[in-house]
Design a protein around this ligand. Structure first.
Ligand SMILES: [Zn+2]
Length: 359
């Protein structure tokens, strides 16, 4: 798939997905979810460090569905206390996104000096965000929303460097109505019932496409020391019964083959049939379609495949969208190794049959 890696070639002082001009150290999302109007609104804070001198502007991947309200900048340690408002421009770029060009102040152009850019925005009807009315959920009682970033959709979730080459840690604060549970692809989370605020922290660097969120009526059961199954209440007992203690077993086999599992948590959330793909390897929290529970073989193969991405694709990631076959190819190889170790050669044959049926 085409990417915007060549945007930075337009001007050598324009910082876009060219990671040699600067580094994205961390970003923070602060969002309020509004189910009534199907919008997320809030702000994104990017912690950036220019590497080269003279960087005069920044280009982020964005999307026509993102409404940008304002952008400001702070340069800690530069004698500037208050944020400075920045000028910006949104231009059409491709049929799947737009470019957000931000003019940087001269104080931000010093290599090694941290810059904090805050973008206030609202999401509308973008391809990354799937708002489901209650009728489209399994329980049909409450609405649900999830995001699907792969491959170039998360630019409609938040402005970003939407390339697998740029990784960073992230944190998020998500405000929701009472009764809604929020999950993200993060290694730590907490919830303040009084404020109805969820806090997330991903302590390991990830590319933009692996940032994921789901919010709805979700409950969980622990199925292992580091794994938990999440689902709507009407699905939960079936999902737990089908997976049982298998997740920890598969993790153990994979660790024997490929080394320690880096991500800490290995949770799984089952999503309604509107989920557009079978499963997504969001780190710490695999997203998987609930209809897969009808086939024990597909469930086994797909969960093992997403676990394998914990080593191949998520920990070690291809640099460009064109090389995504490396992530999928190595994860498929690892999936078959894990399946064979856990269940023998007969299971390997089932794995191949399921894979062929899937395509
Ligand atoms: Zn895969």
């Amino acid at each position: 798939m085409k990417s915007n890696m060549n945007l930075s070639d337009l001007n050598e002082n324009v910082w876009s997905t060219n990671r040699y001009l600067g580094m994205l150290r961390h970003f923070h999302l602060d969002l309020r979810l509004n189910f009534a109007v199907k919008e997320m609104s809030g702000w994104l804070v990017l912690d950036l460090v220019p590497v080269q001198p003279g960087v005069c502007s920044l280009i982020l991947d964005s999307h026509p569905s993102l409404l940008i309200h304002s952008i400001d900048c702070k340069v800690p340690g530069a004698g500037q206390q208050e944020p400075v408002s920045l000028t910006y421009r949104v231009d059409p770029f491709t049929d799947y996104g737009s470019s957000l060009s931000i003019s940087l102040p001269t104080a931000a152009a010093k290599p090694g000096r941290a810059v904090q850019i805050t973008v206030r925005y609202t999401t509308t009807d973008g391809p990354a965000i799937w708002w489901l009315d209650s009728e489209l959920t399994c329980g049909q009682l409450r609405p649900l929303v999830f995001t699907q970033g792969h491959s170039v959709c998360n630019r409609s979730f938040f402005p970003c460097f939407d390339t697998p080459a740029v990784k960073s840690t992230y944190t998020a604060t998500v405000r929701v109505p009472d009764g809604v549970t929020v999950l993200m692809s993060a290694s730590r989370s907490s919830y303040s019932k009084q404020d109805r605020v969820f806090q997330f922290s991903m302590e390991f660097p990830v590319p933009s496409y692996l940032v994921a969120l789901v919010a709805g009526e979700l409950q969980h059961v622990d199925v292992g020391p580091r794994s938990r199954v999440w689902a709507e209440p009407c699905l939960l007992s079936c999902a737990v019964k089908k997976l049982g203690g298998s997740v920890e077993r598969w993790l153990g086999v994979a660790e024997d083959l490929f080394g320690p599992y880096l991500w800490g948590r290995c949770d799984i959330v089952f999503l309604p049939p509107s989920f557009p793909i079978v499963a997504m390897e969001n780190p710490c929290l695999t997203f998987i379609i609930a209809s897969i529970l009808e086939s024990s073989e597909f469930l086994l193969i797909d969960v093992i495949h997403e676990i394998a991405h914990g080593w191949f694709g998520n920990a070690v990631t291809n640099a460009t969208w064109e090389e995504m076959w490396l992530s999928e190819g190595l994860a498929t190889y690892a999936q078959r190794r894990i399946t064979t170790e856990a269940y023998g050669n007969a299971a390997f044959a089932v794995s191949v049959t399921c894979l062929l049926a899937r395509f």
